[in-house]
Design a protein around this ligand. Sequence first.
Ligand SMILES: [Zn+2]
Length: 406
Amino acid sequence: MLRAYKLRMYPTKREKKTLNRQMLLAKELYNLLLEKAKTHYKETNKTLSRNTMNLWITKLKVERNEFTEMYTQVLQNVADRVSKAYSNFFKRVKEKGKGKKIKAGFPRAKTFVQSLTYPQFGFIIIPNKKRIQVSNIGTVETVFDREIEGKVKTLTIKKSRSLEWYACIIVESEDKPFASNDKEKIGVDLGIESFVTLSNGQKIENKRYEKKSSGKLRRLHRRVSRKLKGGNNRRKAVIKLARLSEHIARQRNDYLNKISHSLVNSYSLIVYEKLNINSMLKNHNIARSINDVSWGNFIKMLCYKAESAGCRAIGVNPRNTSKMCNRCGSIKEMPLSERIFSCSACGIRIDRDINAARNILNEGTAGHAGSNASGEVATTATKIAASSLHELGTIHGNCAIGNPCL
Ligand SMILES: [Zn+2]
């Protein structure tokens, strides 16, 4: 299983200068490679292979001495990012060909790059000295607030928008045989009124951190827009705004971590609704709230925490979960304003979210009894972990695995 750790780094002034310079070079290289790939694509309708790009990087280093300041694998990782941007582009072209209503859009040039990745070598982690030795950068002070377990794979140094530095470390740990914790099974309904409603009737509050700070956020946004573009004051205002957004994200993340931790330790099976969050975000009225509660992140957390707690987390089709009576199965329309589900067939009157949570549990336990369930769950969890890692590799990606990550 792959895990990500995100640790705070405190580079010295000099190290920061080096890092910033290398990020500028990485941006330049990215855009150069993108141009090359674009020309190549227009001529041949094909992508540039990674090999060709790496050969070209070697040539570039001869012509432009400053690129020799960077660790070779870090440069090659930039080529990987360009390849990835291109394969995503081709995926979009293919989907468009199948009739999906999307814009294929060429990969665009970067205006900034905020991370450097050491994909394999070039760094040594020294926890007892609170440092990570990074080739071509320095031996950077790092806070190890937890032990790093497993085989270290990659290191990504990131700069946040509020100019904080982080080391994202990906490790591979051995899969332990699964041992169930023998506790009860539960269905969870995710919502806006309450963040989580459990099939046993328990409700967990939606904290709405963003809403609480919305006045402050708006004020900072206004301050940014009033300052002159490109000016020093604007830069300062942008950092202040970023600091608040990152603070809100951290609060939200802590809260989600706590809830998911307590759930996986209290139940042996957690059934949730598979949600299509992207299509929901298109509905602008509720988009803000959905963003705020970040269900997607929560489900990722449930999945990766479940296994080590002896718990299974499975997603089920959300069809009819709020429209169906959990006792007799009859179906009725349930507009969002109706908070109570009252069944005309069997006479049950029940909170709509609790009814949904029970339907979700029924759905999850009916089809997934026995050993069959475990295999499917494991793949879901692995897939989610892998997709999170995928994001981590990109420049603005959040790593959603491992508690430390925002
Ligand atoms: Zn009924």
